[in-house]
Design a binder for this molecule. Structure first.
Ligand code: UDP
Ligand code: MG
Length: 317
């Protein structure tokens, strides 16, 4: 019988300690799932022997395909590369650290095969494995993002989701260089359903995302999908101008009725500092967007492939 093809996409950066365990768990989980599959692993410029291990696995199992990038381009770029090379009727990104349980793939595929959904999300029912700080900041981020942008990203859903070819082809129409995949994945819409799971701790190694990186990631996400922050500047400017106008009227009337009032150093300083602060803040914010425009117009490729293994010879992105 002809099964549909599922492309599993895994970006890997310095994951060498866990690769054997990863493939073992994944391949076992896929055994009873009614699909053909390919596993596309992207070595995102690892400094350890991740690539060598991936190649060994590709030699062992022809369903494993390996893309090596020329350097570390970051998870979003690596994911984009995998998406470009995927040939599946559906794709399913999964982290290499087994924080996304492969055992769930069967259920996700079942939902997809009903034909009712193009997208099946796997949602973390709890974030027990994360610290309180990470949970809270994540929660704030999702709220803020969803308030400000025109698309809605589901809370506590990572990249772990199944997407039908229709959705994938739509995502591939989005050419931006600054890739916030969680947002891009949601942009096409389509019918979706949600499966819940408990997210485990990393099987081994450590997270590559510290708070600084997460903060920049969040900033990139919001500015990629919303111009609301700069619009706030417009409104704030209007409000402050209006207040200044009212204040000017008050000053004029006061001067005409009670004469010139020389002391006023404190209030002047307050106004100057306040306005200066706001102006700098929004200048910075504007810079964020200008920087992004700059990045887009340079039009550099999102990633560069150094070599690939396991793909058909003529296959390109
Ligand atoms: N990753 C990557 N390039 C990077 C950073 C991370 O390909 O520059 C991969 C990493 O190997 C893993 C996935 O992205 O497969 C998720 O990374 P991690 O587990 O560190 O993120 P977290 O689970 O803490 O969000
Ligand atoms: Mg992880």
């Amino acid at each position: 019988m002809n099964h549909p093809l599922l492309s599993i996409l895994t970006p890997m950066y310095n994951e060498s300690g866990g690769i054997d365990h990863f493939f073992q768990t994944l391949e076992q989980a896929l055994e009873d799932v009614p699909v053909d599959y390919e596993i596309i692993c992207v070595d995102d410029g690892s400094a350890d022997d991740t690539l060598q291990q991936l190649r060994n696995h590709a030699d062992r199992n022809p369903r494993i395909k390996v893309l090596a990038l020329t350097r570390n381009f970051g998870k979003e770029a690596a994911m984009t590369a995998a998406l470009d090379f995927a040939r599946g009727d559906a794709v399913l990104p999964i982290d290499a650290d087994l924080q996304d349980p492969p055992e769930l793939i069967g259920q996700m595929v079942d939902q997809w095969l009903t034909g009712k959904y193009e997208v099946v999300y796997a949602k973390r029912a709890s974030r027990k494995a994360d610290s309180l700080m990470k949970r809270k900041t994540a929660q704030w981020f999702y709220r803020l993002f969803n308030k400000m942008s025109e698309i809605h990203i589901p809370e506590n859903v990572g990249d772990f989701r199944l997407m039908d070819r229709k959705a994938v082809d739509a995502i591939k129409l989005l050419p931006e260089k600054d890739r916030f995949m969680k947002g891009l994945f949601c942009w096409p819409g389509f019918r979706h359903t949600v499966i819940e799971f408990d997210r485990q701790e990393r099987a081994q190694g450590e997270s590559k995302f510290n708070y600084w990186r997460l903060w920049n990631f969040a900033l990139s996400g919001i500015t990629s999908f919303s111009t609301f922050p700069i619009r706030v500047g417009t409104y704030l400017g209007l409000i402050v101008s209006f207040c200044a106008f009212v204040f000017a009227v008050v000053v004029i009337i006061k001067t005409l009725t009670t004469g010139v009032d020389v002391p006023g150093y404190a209030s002047t300083m307050v106004v100057i500092l306040f306005l200066g602060g706001i102006q700098l803040f929004f200048l910075g914010l504007l810079g964020e967007y200008v920087g992004r425009i700059y990045k887009e117009v340079k039009n550099r490729p999102i990633y560069l492939v150094a070599a690939k293994w396991g793909f058909d010879d003529d296959q390109t992105a």
